[in-house]
Design a protein. Sequence first.
Length: 160
Amino acid sequence: MFQKFTKTKYPPEHKPVLVWDGECGFCAFWVQRWKKKTQGRIDFVTYQEIASHFQDIPLKEFKKASRLIEPDGSVFSGPDSAYRSYSYSAHPLPWHRWYTNFRWFTWLSDHGYNVIAKNRPFFFRVTRILFGNNPEKLRPYWLLYLLVLFLGVLLLGKQL
């Protein structure tokens, strides 16, 4: 499991920085999506480029989870780094608030994130199957898969 940090002594000067794994295809896909959604309000930098700047966060922890680091020194880790980054979009989502207010949501998010982080290549393939290859224009293929499954169950039910 990744370690959570609440503050760093080395915050970015001007705007938040989302630190992510530049060698991870799954991460690159979603970072591209967040860049579009946040419209330049966040800098996205790989840990390979910037981890040494944040001397109070161990390199091994950057390898385990993304971090959103704000100019006041606040650090949001793992799923909350994603949730908090959405608060900088034109249409904020309530996930960061849920993460901080509901223990069940925090637990579910942290454990789900940990499973994904340990199986990134697999979940990258799943992401492309469900949403397509372009993170800027997600395709809801999962709806088609659900429809096919539903129709299959109906057809099987009629035959029985």
